[in-house]
Structures are given as C-alpha cells and as structure tokens.
Design a protein around this ligand. Structure first.
Ligand code: GDP
Length: 293
C-alpha cells in the first residue's frame, strides 16, 4: 500500500502548508489573515460554498484553539457522507465506467480490476468503447497486465451488445465484476449519452436493476472543469460514484470537497499515480489526515 501522505505532497505544499502558516500560533486571525485563508481555500478548488462554511466557522470562534483539529473537523464535516461503507454486495455486478478522454479512464478500469482481483474477486473487462480504434487494444494490454479476461467486438459495433455479452459471460462463468469501458465522448453529444443509457439498461436486464453502478472518472487536475463535466454527465445518466484520478498531480486537494459538496455524488476511489497499485477506495478520514498531518 502506498503512502497517501507522500502522494498528496503537491496538495500539501500548494494548499495546506500555506494555510497552516497563516494559522500558526494565532488564537484569532486578523482581517488580513482571514482574507488570505479565504484566498487559499478558494484556490484549492473546494468551491465557494465549502469555503463560505469554513470562513463562517472561523468568524464564529473566539479562539481557534488547535487549528489543525479545527481544520480537520471542518474538512470532515464537508466530506462526512462518504464515510459510510457499503459492505459486500451480491455479485455479479456491472460497473460502467464513463468520462471524457484523457482523464485516466482506461488506467482506472485496470486499477479497479486489479483491486477487485486482489480482494479475491473474478473480473471481466468489457471493451464497449467501439468508437475509438485503439481503445480495445489499449484495454486489452491492461487486461493482460491485471490478469483478467476481456470481452470485445469489432470497431464500430454496438457497445450495448458488448456489455450484454460481458454480463452474460459473467453470469455463466461465475465472475463477480464486469467492468465496462465506454467511449470517452463529449457529454454534449446527445446520441452518445443515449448509448450510455442503453448500456445501463442492458446490464440491468441481464444482472438485475440493483446490480449496476455507473462510475464517473474525473481528473483532479482539471478543477472546476471537472465539475462542469460531471454535471453534464449526471444530468443524462444516473451516476453512483466518482473515481477521482491524478490526486498526486494536483496542488489543489480541495477538489475532493467540491465534488462532494456541489455534485452530491460520493467519491468512491482515488487514483494517485500511473501504476496498478496507485489506487484505493476513498476514505475521508484517511484523506484528511494525510492532507493535514
Ligand atoms: P483515458 O483517455 O481517460 O482512458 O486516459 P488514460 O487511462 O489513457 O490516462 C491518461 C494519462 O493519465 C496516462 O498517461 C495515465 O498514465 C495518466 N494517469 C491516469 N491516472 C493517473 C493518476 O492517478 N495519477 C497520475 N499521475 N497519472 C494518471
């Protein structure tokens, strides 16, 4: 298991350290300090709403006491809903992975497959991005690396048919998870959004309505653009969780809070590097501790 604190070094340096410097050895912040804190919080990409909540808490306190404890509590309050563990769900389950090109979707699919395998689960990958020529080969390479089977059709085929075959195969072969790669299309293309809905319908038909999740992959380095992408996707397709990638590459760790606050969709997994193991379920307490300690 990687050291989360080390992986979040950029965010620690870029956001948390300057924040700590303002707070250090001060029972009460000056007006100037407050402005600086506000600037840092906004700059961290956590969003105006979350920033306002923290600023209000600062203003309402006579004495900040242990500022580290104060910040921990505020961050945790903003993230708390994610801490609920959903326990083991009946399988087979399908996980439809959506998101625009370049955010780390393919890598995240491989990491997720690897993660489930490490936990003793049997995984099948479905190459339902039949739109982009290299998508199937790329996923195939990752499938090999992660040691899982992949099901795919010819380029230009019906993505929902690939999902159907993979879900049917999962049932007959006793697999636990079908992880479905989808085209990294632009969310504004209505017909392609319809295609995602069709994939979901097909999976639900084969495995049952409660056995399908759609995870949206977002790139933490894209900040507010990520949130805009997410809103567009969530408007068209029920989104059950977020996979937040490249947290190792951003100096703005607040994006985790913004996702939770403005989208109301839980972050399920985080990516903190390019390797198969650079991936973990998201735990708010571990995240906040690694950020602040
Ligand atoms: P896709 O187009 O969305 O499928 O994106 P890819 O999976 O091909 O990834 C795009 C780039 O992002 C690749 O260079 C990956 O190695 C890189 N990448 C993916 N996830 C992470 C991550 O968590 N951290 C870092 N640093 N790079 C990542």
């Amino acid at each position: 298991m990687f050291d989360l604190k080390a992986r979040l070094q950029k965010a620690r340096d870029g956001f948390v350290s300057p924040l700590k410097q303002v707070f250090q050895r001060k029972p009460k912040l000056s007006l100037e300090d407050e402005e600086r804190v506000e600037e840092l919080l906004i700059g961290s990409d956590m969003g105006v709403e979350a920033c306002d909540r923290i600023m209000e808490a600062i203003k309402n306190r006579k004495d900040l006491g242990d500022y580290q404890e104060f910040l921990r509590k505020e961050f945790m309050d903003l993230l708390a809903a994610d801490d609920v563990e959903s326990g083991e769900l009946p399988t087979p389950r399908a996980v439809i992975v959506i998101g625009v090109n370049g955010v780390g979707k393919t890598t995240s699919i491989a990491k997720l497959a690897h993660y489930y395998r490490q936990h003793g689960k049997k995984v099948i990958l479905a190459a339902a991005d039949t739109f982009r020529a290299a998508a199937r080969e790329q996923l195939g390479c990752w499938a090999e690396r992660a040691g899982v089977e992949m099901i795919g059709h010819e380029q230009g085929g019906d993505p929902a048919a690939v999902a159907f075959d993979a879900c049917t195969a999962a049932k007959s072969r006793g697999a636990d998870y079908v992880i479905i790669d989808t085209a990294g299309r632009l969310h504004t293309r209505v017909n392609l959004m319809e295609e995602l809905k069709k994939i979901r319908r097909v999976c639900e038909k084969v495995l049952g309505p409660g056995a399908v999740d759609a995870y949206l992959v977002l790139d933490a380095t894209l900040g507010q653009n990520s949130l805009q992408q997410a809103r567009e996707f969530a408007r068209s397709l029920d989104t059950d969780g977020i996979i937040l990638t490249k947290l190792d590459s951003t100096a703005k760790g607040g994006i985790v809070i913004a996702v939770r606050q403005t989208l109301g969709i839980p972050v399920r997994f985080i990516g903190v590097g390019e390797g198969l193991d650079d991936f973990a379920p998201f735990s708010p307490s571990e995240f906040v501790d690694a950020l602040l300690s």
